[in-house]
Write a protein that binds this ligand. Structure first.
Ligand code: 5GP
Ligand code: ZN
Length: 112
């Protein structure tokens, strides 16, 4: 657990979250400030700063993608977008890697 990491605290149960999926490796919960009608964050339970660090652990990488698929199944989504913001200039604000899972209305492409 990384000190002062908000997602590590959610994983540890020290902060509340609206959990939609939970397994040994992954937790998925509703974003506090949703940017779409459905906005779920899928995080590995172990702390990795970003997708580049996560990629060094193939099992954890696969677990995050499987977690996305599990949430998609649970919520019955058939069209959705996944986003990994990486670095401050790309909009990353929480430095514990997370997939944004967005759905619920047409999403424009490319994003602004
Ligand atoms: P990033 O900007 O790093 O790609 O995404 C971080 C996301 O985490 C943001 O969409 C933000 O709304 C969400 N977030 C930040 N703090 C919390 C929190 O304490 N609980 C939840 N559920 N989401 C959070
Ligand atoms: Zn963390």
């Amino acid at each position: 657990m990384a000190e002062d990491c908000v997602f590590c605290k959610i994983v540890a149960g020290e902060l509340p979250a609206s959990v939609v999926y939970d397994d040994a490796d992954v937790l998925a919960f509703a974003d506090l400030d949703p940017k779409a009608p459905t906005h779920i964050l899928v995080v590995p339970k172990r702390h990795y700063v970003d997708i580049s660090e996560l990629a060094g652990d193939r099992d954890a990488s696969a677990a995050v993608l499987a977690g996305v698929a599990a949430v998609v199944r649970t919520l019955g989504l058939n069209s959705y977008r996944t986003v990994f913001n990486t670095g401050v200039e790309a909009g990353q604000t929480v430095f514990h890697v997370h997939a944004h899972l967005l759905a619920g209305r047409p999403l424009t492409w490319p994003p602004g």
